[in-house]
Design a protein. Structure first.
Length: 219
């Protein structure tokens, strides 16, 4: 999944008085290794630990391009080829069909890992078995005009990013993207979420934010 990650968290002015969960958007590509590494190493583990204090939006599109076809359909061109476009649409349809991120994110996470060994359709079947997610409606969607329209909506969300995204994963915090924010998210997303959230810290945050142990060096 070529994903642009929109990590929208409470702005400092509001966070001082509010305890709302940080809001995170992620736009990525299906086959891009950088996206797979980020989702596997940072995004999914963080969601598992502190998903209750973050609002996460996944946007499976990334560096793709679109144009109108002769029948009014949208034709997508993906950085890593046609299979990436198919995988993006399958994940988009999973989001549409399953609604609940606690259900569709494990499926998408599994897809990211499985695409190292399978094509998108095979990966969807494998991940349906692993996660218990019914896959037929997702595949029907992905192969229909509905799936085409839904992926177009992901394209619009990606193209609306300010500033325009230049790479993936792309992280936006409280509607703002900077290299500093992106680097923090890629290096330690859990810490970024925990530092931004101003409500009562869940246990994983308390452990993550502990000061480093002092060391006594030999003379």
């Amino acid at each position: 999944m070529n994903t642009v990650l929109l990590l929208a968290l409470i702005s400092p002015a509001v966070a001082s008085v509010c305890r709302f969960p940080p809001s995170l958007w992620c736009s990525s590509e299906e086959i891009a290794e950088q996206c797979k590494d980020f989702i596997e190493g940072q995004l999914y583990p963080t969601f598992q630990k502190v998903g209750n204090i973050m609002n996460l939006t996944l946007i499976p599109y990334g560096n793709a391009k679109e144009q109108k076809g002769p029948q009014g359909e949208y034709i997508f061109t993906c950085q890593h080829g046609e299979l990436e476009c198919i995988g993006n649409t399958i994940e988009t349809c999973a989001i549409y069909e399953l609604k609940n991120i606690s259900i569709y994110f494990p499926f998408i996470h599994c897809m990211e890992l499985s695409l190292r060994s399978y094509n998108p359709y095979e990966a969807a079947s494998v991940c349906s078995n692993k996660t218990g997610v019914p896959v037929q409606n997702i595949l029907n969607c992905a192969n229909s005009s509905l799936g085409n329209t839904l992926e177009h909506q992901m394209a619009l969300k990606t193209d609306a990013l300010q500033p325009s995204h230049e790479y993936v994963p792309w992280v936006t915090l409280n509607g703002v993207h900077t290299e500093k924010i992106n680097n923090k998210a890629v290096k330690n997303l859990l810490k970024l979420i925990c530092e931004t959230y101003k409500g009562p810290k869940p246990e994983p945050c308390k452990e993550e934010l502990l000061p480093s142990s002092k060391r006594c060096f030999a003379p």
